[in-house]
Design a binder for this molecule. Structure first.
Ligand code: SLL
Length: 143
């Protein structure tokens, strides 16, 4: 695969999470407070699988099998948990691309209530919606 000398392509990749507070005692003998889903998408839901081969989510080491590989769209992962930790998201591209993996970082914050409302550095310039209206929540579930 010949290289196109002098060409630079910059592609936006959209990633983020939805977290919902679990009803108390949903998971017996567990301190998990939230169900969460992290997702990786193209802009405007563009199909990124033409150039993204797989996405590996690395979770906090307290999770069983913390490396979770997703090889087909939707590139997302749902789990339950608590507290706050950084997810590393490794994008691997189709072999024909000859490209090295790209790492993305997303901070998951699972707090029963936002004590300070502060946004960790990994999430700078990502809007945070706390207790969104039903209307807005449905929109996020669909997109
Ligand atoms: C904190 N530094 O104290 C963090 C630790 C732990 C995250 C967060 C449960 C994993 C499991 C889980 O969410 N661990 O039990 O499967 O905030």
């Amino acid at each position: 695969n010949k290289r196109t000398k002098g060409v630079t392509v910059i592609r936006p990749i959209v990633y983020g999470n939805i977290a919902t507070l679990l009803p108390q005692k949903k998971i017996p003998d567990s301190d998990h407070t939230h169900k969460w889903t992290v997702s990786v998408k193209g802009l405007n839901n563009e199909d990124i699988s033409s150039f993204v081969k797989k996405v590996t989510f690395k979770l906090h080491e307290t999770y069983a099998n913390p490396q979770r590989v997703v090889e087909h769209p939707p590139f997302e992962l749902t789990e339950t948990g608590w507290g706050e930790f950084e997810l590393t998201i490794k994008l691997q591209f189709v072999p024909e691309s000859g490209e090295k993996p790209v790492m993305l970082y997303h901070n998951l914050r699972l707090h029963p209530y936002e004590e300070d409302g502060s946004i960790s550095t990994a999430n700078k310039n990502k809007p945070v919606f706390t207790d969104p209206t039903e209307y807005l929540y449905q929109i996020f579930l669909q997109n």
